[in-house]
Design a protein around this ligand. Sequence first.
Ligand SMILES: NC(=O)c1ccc[n+]([C@@H]2O[C@H](COP(=O)([O-])OP(=O)(O)OC[C@H]3O[C@@H](n4cnc5c(N)ncnc54)[C@H](OP(=O)(O)O)[C@@H]3O)[C@@H](O)[C@H]2O)c1
Length: 333
Amino acid sequence: MAGKLMHAVQYSSYGGGAAGLKHAEVPVPAPKKDEVLIKVEAASINPFDWKIQKGVLRVARVPGKFPFIPAGDVAGEVVEVGSAVKNFKPGDKVVSMVDPRSGGGLAEFCVAKGNLTVPRPSEVSPAEAAGLPVAALTAHYALTQSAGVKLDGSGPQKNILVTAASGGVGHYAVQLAKLGNTHVTATCGARNMEFVKSLGADEVLDYKTPDGAALRSPSGKKYDAVVHGTTGIPWSTFEPNLSENGKVIDLTPGVSTMMTFALKKLTFSKKQMVPLLYSANSETRGNLDYLVNLVKEGKLKTVVDSKHPLSKAEDAWAKSIDGHATGKIIVEP
Ligand SMILES: NC(=O)c1ccc[n+]([C@@H]2O[C@H](COP(=O)([O-])OP(=O)(O)OC[C@H]3O[C@@H](n4cnc5c(N)ncnc54)[C@H](OP(=O)(O)O)[C@@H]3O)[C@@H](O)[C@H]2O)c1
């Protein structure tokens, strides 16, 4: 593919939102020796993608260079493999977690690490697969590592609260939690209550009602863990709803989360705040493979909020920034 051009969507500076995305013809990237080149069939947008554009990682010099092609969740077909990649060949259908900081998904072709790429069975569509990496891996990590839920149901019964259960992470978290031995309470907007119940939630709270805002379980459950996918809820609201050793796993940790985290540690509190920023690790590949296979087996579904052609990727971007997606926002070349 050396020397060939492809269509890509990129931005050239921090800020600018959807209007900052520009369409361009750029060279098809060449895979390094540990990478595969993928012909993109679907990519998904995560809030992290537009937060990087806003400059949340500016101090860490992310993105490393402009112009930058965003999006890290990619499903497609392998067209080239680096010399050190032994488990894939051209023609293989795959799904990859590309580090969203290196990005590349909003394009016709994208490179991904071979060790963060897994096969996509034909039963799983490109859109269903592309929804998984960041959102489902984060939900999986929060439940299994932070909350200690065993997804085969072999652990003790736990009460789990999922906030923003209608969103990308939340809709996977509800379904995965129900594979474990859990009772799930979930929060979402009124329009999504039936949807979240259909994912398996045992109790659903409308976040705009007083009980919803107070996170009060209708059956009086105290939560062993909260997979917290929204913002603006103070510790004082969580605290009375937690069980003796309850944890709030905050997926959007800001200053107050970090202060609460430190305070709870220093005071040996049994109730804890757990800031979580998911990043790829040695178990990512195996876990992504596990999640793809759950979708294949019909035990987990990707709910697609909307699909947008690459030519209108800015609509997908704006939809994510708006913050009202139900499930995953997908872009298809
Ligand atoms: N730490 C990590 O590694 C990590 C990984 C992935 C995501 N995240 C973060 O986790 C958060 C969620 O991500 P996401 O992809 O799930 O976002 P998302 O898909 O954009 O979430 C949108 C959903 O959140 C719902 N929502 C908004 N405010 C709510 C509230 N106060 N209570 C209940 N539901 C509410 C919306 O419902 P309505 O439309 O009804 O308002 C909508 O359905 C984001 O801040 C993201 O950056 C962190």
